[in-house]
Design a protein around this ligand. Structure first.
Ligand code: G3P
Ligand code: CA
Length: 322
């Protein structure tokens, strides 16, 4: 077990307690209220800090899954972003959430005869003609759908970590291998970063078979299962590092069950500050949000005023788990 539960009445006790805590995990906050005034469930990883993962780039501030969204995440102080990937007709990996191009581009006006506008029916050259920014705000007009390669270049330049969601992999047989081949040329993504820092790369999907295939191709990379894995099945996934469910589907008991199995848990997608405070009280390891600035503030407050990522205050790792 790498997760430690601690009951404290004041946030200020946390650092001192966590540095010396035993791995015993008492039953905490059984009602799952997340109340901080009486009994508090503290995030107590001996290793990684809490993080607010900036969703689809930074979807609250810029058109999702674009380079502008990655820039926005960086400007807002995020250290980790989430993006979605799919594959074009000519086998290029691009950033897109929906399986169709309709919602987030002007495809219907550029290619009016190509309904239902599936990304897998378009070549990269065609996709690069689309405007992926003006639907969000006029100031983003001309923003393009980036390739995975272009996104990695930008992430490396900005020194951002990545939660990489493989979207609908059943539509794109072999996409896990294509991702692995892309990353093979960029070794920094495959190396273990220090255990007291946020993870460099997580590969995740709602398709757990795809996650397993990816893990076999990228054994050094931690992987996450999206969705709520039933309690009775969590033991099947000890090769994974994370379970990331919808935040509305979890309570303190579920968080504890995941962490007792040696996995981390970072629910999605939380944009409401009160809800962020609530899941932090449940003891999660982080959460995914369209608003990384709000998320960072929630974590800093939860940490008793320390920055969301405060390495100087992070205890030396007692356990390194890859
Ligand atoms: O990172 C998890 C989250 O992104 C899953 O939901 O629909 O936004 O991809 P969705
Ligand atoms: Ca996603």
């Amino acid at each position: 077990m790498h997760r430690i539960g601690i009951v404290v009445g004041a946030v200020s006790l946390f650092v001192a307690v966590s540095a010396s805590a035993s791995p015993a995990a008492p039953a905490l906050d059984p009602a799952g209220t997340g109340s901080r005034s009486v009994v508090e469930v503290q995030h107590a990883s001996p290793t990684r800090p809490l993080i607010a993962v900036s969703h689809r780039g930074a979807a609250g501030h810029a058109p999702e899954n674009t380079l502008a969204a990655l820039d926005a995440a960086d400007e807002l102080g995020a250290e980790t972003v989430e993006i979605d990937i799919q594959r074009t007709a000519d086998n290029h990996i691009v950033l897109l959430h929906d399986t169709t191009l309709a919602r987030t581009t002007n495809v219907e006006s550029v290619f009016p005869d190509r309904s239902p506008y599936l990304v897998g029916d378009f070549t990269l050259r065609e996709i690069k003609r689309l405007d992926a920014g003006s639907w969000f705000a006029p100031s983003f007009t001309g923003e393009r759908i980036p390739t995975f390669d272009e996104a990695l270049d930008r992430l490396e330049r900005l020194d951002l970590n990545l939660f990489l969601e493989v979207k609908e992999p059943a539509l794109y047989p072999g996409i896990e291998r294509a991702v692995a081949e892309e990353l093979a040329g960029r070794r920094t993504w495959l190396e273990h970063n220090p255990a007291w820092e946020p993870r460099k790369l997580i590969v995740q999907s709602f398709d757990w078979d795809s996650v397993r295939r990816s893990k076999s191709l990228l054994p050094s990379v931690p992987h996450a299962l999206l969705g709520r894995v039933p309690e009775a099945r969590i033991g099947e996934f000890t090769w994974a590092h994370m379970i990331n469910p919808n935040h509305t589907t979890i309570d303190a008991a579920y968080v504890r069950r995941v962490q007792d199995a040696g996995l981390e848990i970072m629910p999605y997608t939380i944009n409401d500050r009160q809800r962020m405070d609530h899941v932090l009280g449940l003891g999660v390891d982080g959460f995914i949000t369209d608003f990384p600035d709000t998320g960072q503030r929630a974590i800093a407050d939860f940490n008793g005023g320390r920055d969301a990522i405060d390495r100087a205050a992070t205890p030396a790792p007692a356990l390194v788990r890859y």
